[in-house]
Design a binder for this molecule. Structure first.
Ligand SMILES: Nc1nc2c(ncn2[C@@H]2O[C@H](COP(=O)(O)OP(=O)(O)OP(=O)(O)O)[C@@H](O)[C@H]2O)c(=O)[nH]1
Ligand SMILES: [Mg+2]
Length: 453
């Protein structure tokens, strides 16, 4: 229960949302309570927890859902957004000359990650030197030297020496011409005063700009106290979460960054030297929530928002009684996009589909044909298709490489849509229904706007 508690309880929150039959104020408030509990249990600072949950509540109850999004998806997106914001604590490691010190408990992945960072920086064209300051494990220096050899980076160490701060001091001198110096320190089974004292002394000698806490993603809730102790000793500036290739989703990292106010800079995603991934808050939260495709979904949904302008244009035309072929095309495109969106939504457990009233696939197919036909029309024809007579239909069909029947289909569809638009424009209830489908363009306020023009 302690391990991965956060990810699990967050997934439960979303699961509850997914199963709900209606999303009302009551549910949003309850979800926020669950969310609060989950974050507090993960040691997230009370003030931040309240900030996150207040934002979720405020936005869920006041922001209208975006284009083509149901209330459930809207609230899911808001929770996701706010969690992303919570872990988005700053930029990654800078590509400039600097000294980096690795700290962490035994076996968390410090030495391996030192090698990965060496490769990362040298691939970026910076010269790198590694200092082996783990004087307790005899094999530690050999391990670092092997990694150094693998990536073609020099390693400084003093076999048999036990004065770690002294080694680091001489190592710094040895590497004074290197742009990046990374210091690998020793770990312990548990936090002990002498370990803390040693890394404190090393930090004093090396004055590293970055003090990176290396955390095994499996540590779960223990991450908080560990991070705090290291932070008190050397002031942790960044966190690297390792073994993210395993089953852990890294929820503990949230408590670690809360305790240190540091940012996560990289994820270790395997034992191989190349298995280092730049930290991406969106991807991290998607993974934590068990929503592999959510960031793709969110990207797609933002494209959708770009179409808002086009949609408003359609709505404006409609209100003025000028619903032309281009408008219809936009309208159909919006529908087909919602169709794509729906496919992705279906991949996400607990997230409802957008709408089941529209035959998306057929719409998409038809759209392709319509587009070709419209490309063979003049703009006057697209503006007012009623001027298209039978001779012209044949010519358009020829130009588009389709049958005259296809062109007539398009015109028929247009006539239907145009008729529907007219009645929608008149009927308040239908207008609402239509707006729901079109993604929330507020026709009434548009009308007012036009009235005031
Ligand atoms: N799967 C996986 N294994 C990793 C990752 N990072 C490190 N390891 C493995 O974890 C084990 C410990 O890694 P080390 O780099 O030796 O850890 P350390 O913190 O230096 O350990 P000490 O020096 O003994 O304190 C090794 O077997 C690594 O191969 C990772 O991102 N994924
Ligand atoms: Mg080590």
């Amino acid at each position: 229960m302690v391990m991965e508690g956060l990810g699990k309880s967050l997934r439960n929150v979303l699961g509850r949302l997914g199963k709900a039959s209606v999303v009302d104020d009551e549910l949003v408030k309850e979800l926020c309570k669950d969310l609060q509990r989950a974050l507090l249990e993960a040691d997230v600072n009370v003030k931040l927890v309240l900030e996150v949950t207040n934002n979720v509540k405020e936005r869920a109850l006041n922001e209208p859902p975006e284009a083509g999004r149901s209330m459930k998806d809207h609230v899911t997106r808001i929770i996701y957004d706010e969690l992303v914001r919570l872990v988005n604590n700053g930029e990654g490691l800078q590509l400039k000359p600097q000294t980096i010190m690795m700290v962490g408990l035994y076996g968390q992945g410090k030495t391996t990650t030192t090698g990965k960072l060496a490769l990362y920086f040298s691939k970026k064209g910076l010269s790198v030197g590694l200092i082996g300051a783990d004087v307790y494990r005899p094999a530690a220096l050999d391990q670092l030297k092997q990694l150094g050899a693998k990536v073609g980076v020099d390693v400084y160490g003093e076999p048999g020496q036990s004065d770690a701060p002294g080694i680091v001091q001489r190592g710094m001198e040895h590497f004074k011409n290197k742009q990046i110096v990374i210091i690998d320190t020793s770990g312990r089974h548990a936090l002990e005063d002498d370990l803390i004292e040693e890394i404190r002394k090393i930090a004093e000698v090396a004055k590293p700009q970055e003090r990176i806490l290396v955390l095994d993603s499996q540590v779960g809730q223990q991450a908080g106290p560990q991070a705090e102790a290291f932070h008190n000793a050397v002031g942790v500036t960044g966190v690297i979460l390792t073994k993210m290739d395993g089953t852990s989703k890294g929820g503990g990292a949230i408590s670690a960054i809360q305790k240190t106010n540091a940012r996560i800079v990289f994820l270790g995603v395997g034992e191989h030297i190349r298995d280092l991934e730049a930290f991406d808050a969106k991807r991290f939260i998607s993974r934590l929530l068990g929503m592999g495709d959510l960031s793709a979904l969110v990207e797609l949904a933002s494209q959708e928002i770009d179409d808002q302008e086009a949609m408003e244009e359609v709505a404006r035309h409609m209100m003025s009684g000028r619903f032309n072929l281009n408008d219809m095309y936009y309208q159909m495109t919006a529908m087909s996009k919602i169709g794509t969106l729906e496919k992705i939504m279906n991949l996400i457990p607990g997230v409802s589909s957008v709408s089941d009233q529209v035959d998306y696939e057929a719409t998409q197919k038809r759209l392709g044909v319509f587009k070709v036909i419209m490309d063979s029309m003049t703009s006057a024809e697209k503006d007012d298709p009623s001027i298209i007579k039978s001779k012209r239909i044949d010519r358009i069909a020829d130009g588009a490489g389709v049958t005259p029947h296809d062109v007539r289909e398009l015109l028929k569809q247009y006539n239907q849509s145009s008729k529907m638009m007219k009645s929608v424009g008149k009927d308040r209830k239908m207008r609402k229904q239509f707006m729901k489908q079109m993604g929330g363009v507020d026709l009434d306020s548009l009308k007012e706007l036009q009235g005031s023009e």
